[in-house]
Design a protein around this ligand. Sequence first.
Ligand SMILES: [Zn+2]
Length: 101
Amino acid sequence: MDFRNAWHRDGDEEVCCIACGETVARSDAREYDKHGDRWNRDDKSFEYLCKPCYREYCHFDRTGLEDRLEAAGAGTVSRDTFLRRYHNIAAEAEQTRTDGR
Ligand SMILES: [Zn+2]
């Protein structure tokens, strides 16, 4: 742990978009806090959306997004695992929707 980084977390750090997996500068990303509590940062890992995905989520139906994030293990599994799971779950949700169920 580099203590200087700990104190300057808003620098040019790069983050990973939870929707498309794209790596973007943190300053260009939109913070997505699944807990909805921005003030308690202890023990939390934030998720991020790149701007294109953030815009998409604003237009898309958000129903089930929280469930999908939780089901994918957001914050409890490694980012790689989470992204892989999330993509699978999102793909299933997409199919379910087109099935009209
Ligand atoms: Zn994205």
